[in-house]
Design a protein around this ligand. Structure first.
Ligand code: CP
Length: 345
């Protein structure tokens, strides 16, 4: 896709209704912005139904039987890609994991031609990760009405399924969002995880959201008005109920000036057992992964009783099952409405 093509279209954050059907059902998942508390709660509740106790068989259903899900990851991924793949299979879908390195996009095929080609093979849901802002919404504007687009990570803009799994993990461990202090630490400026987390936490009415970073990695002033921007980690962690560390997104940073080296970064912005003594006694530690142990988080803290990092991964699979089943329900309800019949579910 050319840069001009993208700039002709506003980013999804300017156009949140694109993801809902006229009756308010979830058609695409492009951003958490524009989804109200009722929507988010319904998705979290649905995700809970796909969790089973550890050691027991994974929850399976036939909700996506006869449907096809294509995973198109134009950036590296372990958690998101593997969990969308497993989520679709556990719901009974056929799954295409396109190898983007051997796809015709490498030969210069535009993304829309690629999508139209795959759509012609009756793919129902596309899961898209891309380094360019605006790609999921751009595709969503062009695909057929019976196709859903799910954003699996969009540049530094949005990572809505990560935001949902973070909300689910916090909800499982804490009381009402209204009572919570949530602190996000690290490379806020380049983090789609932080942006989606702040959107979701704000909608859920979180008591206080703190964003702690070196000055060079702070968001633009005014970008996230519901959060407090801070630069001293001790102040940010003091009394926090949830502390989330972020990876430095080196792949998105053009100029490393002003960004501390590894030792200085860990000394000033690394989450450690010592730092966590300032937090609430029952505070939890989160990280979206992949983690750089010893840089943004002390290695033994990541494996400690406070850490819910692996729980986030488990919840990620349940959230992706919930999203896949929700958009498929919407597609079927829309198809039934078009035929003049009653909704399938
Ligand atoms: N948190 C996250 O998106 O991880 P992956 O890059 O491994 O998918």
């Amino acid at each position: 896709m050319s840069v001009t093509e993208l700039f002709e279209h506003p980013k999804i954050d300017d156009e949140p209704d694109l993801q809902l059907t006229p009756s308010g059902r979830l058609r695409h998942l492009l951003t958490l912005r524009g989804l109200d508390r009722q929507h988010l709660t319904a998705l979290l509740d649905r995700a809970e139904t796909f969790l089973s106790p550890r050691g027991e068989r994974a929850v399976r259903s036939k909700a996506l039987e006869g449907r096809t899900v294509a995973n198109l990851f134009f950036e590296p991924s372990t958690r998101t890609r593997a969990s969308f793949d497993l989520a679709a299979k556990r719901l009974g879908a056929d799954v295409l994991n396109l190898d983007v390195n051997t796809s015709s996009r490498k030969k210069g095929e535009g993304i829309l031609d690629m999508m139209y080609t795959l759509q012609a093979m009756q793919i129902d849901v596309f899961v898209v990760r891309d380094a360019s802002a605006g790609v999921p919404a751009y595709i969503a504007r062009h695909v057929d009405t019976y196709v859903s687009i799910l954003n699996a990570g969009e540049s530094d803009v949005s990572h809505p399924t990560q935001g949902l799994l973070d909300l689910l993990t916090i909800r499982q461990h804490k009381r009402d969002f209204q009572d919570l202090v949530v602190t996000i630490v690290g490379d806020i400026a380049h983090s789609r995880v932080a942006r989606s987390a702040v959107q979701g936490l704000t909608t859920m009415g979180t008591g206080e959201i703190r964003l702690v970073s070196p000055v060079a990695l702070a968001p633009d002033p005014g970008e996230m008005p519901s959060a407090r921007i801070m630069h001293r980690l001790d102040d940010g962690v003091r009394g926090a109920d949830v502390v989330m560390a972020l990876r430095i997104q080196r792949e998105r940073i053009g100029n490393l000036d002003g960004i501390p080296g590894i030792d200085e970064y860990f000394a000033n912005y690394g989450i450690s057992h010592e730092r966590m003594k300032l937090a609430a006694p029952d505070a939890i530690v989160m990280h979206p992964g992949p983690m750089n142990r010893g840089i943004e988080i002390e290695s033994s803290l990541a494996d400690s009783r406070r850490s819910v990092i692996r729980k986030q991964v488990t919840n990620g699979l349940a959230v992706r099952m919930a999203i896949l089943s929700a958009v498929t329900d919407s597609l079927e309800a829309d198809a039934a409405a078009r035929k003049g019949g009653s909704p399938a579910r």
